[in-house]
Design a protein around this ligand. Structure first.
Ligand code: ADP
Length: 204
């Protein structure tokens, strides 16, 4: 019950499958991104991103799901990393996951307090993770909605930061990657991303 990358439609093909080949713009970024709703731990991609905490030793939410699915060796490797600062990222193997790697990033704690620092830190999570993607020559990566669960970052501005940061990175690095998947878990986030994605990744 793993989901292979080629089973996940790109944003261009998300709504309609009858798009006209002739009119497809070969450099359009809508061919490089996907919106997927469900459990990130079943995605067969080069890397999944974990919304970790600074200890990197596991927690609730998506972090707990990833550690449960990857098995104890993930905990062992994380234990050797000496934690991670907010906005930074560290990479491990995927162990029992279908993903080859896990990129652990630590989002800002934003409960009731979203200022410039929290916004910059959240953008930094996406940038730091994408830097590791490039450094390791990975071709596909899936992001959860970092900081929007236990860490309380409001969903709508978090989606704008995620989409904007990924779009900016793709404009510079489009040849370096095949797909970036926004893996949402909640219906609310699905609605937000579904509404915003065409603004950031217009299917010309
Ligand atoms: P944070 O502490 O950074 O807020 P959480 O794990 O609490 O991280 O929440 C981040 C997002 O991950 C939330 O939208 C949550 O619903 C989602 N989430 C929880 N479990 C999974 C999963 N198995 N796959 C993908 N996303 C998940």
């Amino acid at each position: 019950n793993y989901v292979a990358l080629d089973k996940i439609p790109t944003w261009r093909h998300h709504h309609s499958r009858e798009s006209d080949e002739e009119e497809e713009n070969p450099v359009s970024l809508c061919d490089k991104v996907s919106l997927y709703k469900g459990d990130i731990t079943i995605l067969e991609v080069d890397a999944i991103v974990n919304a970790a905490n600074s200890s990197l030793l596991g927690g609730g939410g998506v972090d707990g799901c990833i550690h449960r699915a990857a098995g104890h060796y993930l905990y062992e490797e994380c234990h050797s990393l000496n934690g991670c600062e907010t906005g930074k990222a560290k990479i491990t193997c995927g162990y029992d996951l279908p993903a080859k790697y896990v990129i652990h990033t630590v989002g800002p704690i934003a409960r009731g307090n979203v200022g410039m620092v929290q916004k910059a830190d959240l953008a930094s999570c996406y940038k730091s993770s994408l830097k590791l993607v490039k450094d390791y020559s990975l071709r596909s990566v899936a992001f959860p909605c970092i900081s929007t669960g236990i860490y309380g970052f409001p969903n709508e501005p978090a989606a704008d930061i995620a989409l904007n940061t990924v779009r900016d990175w793709l404009e510079e690095n489009r040849d370096k990657i095949d797909r970036i998947i926004f893996c949402v878990f909640l219906e609310n986030d699905y609605g937000i991303y579904n509404r915003k994605m065409s603004d950031y990744f217009p299917p010309d």
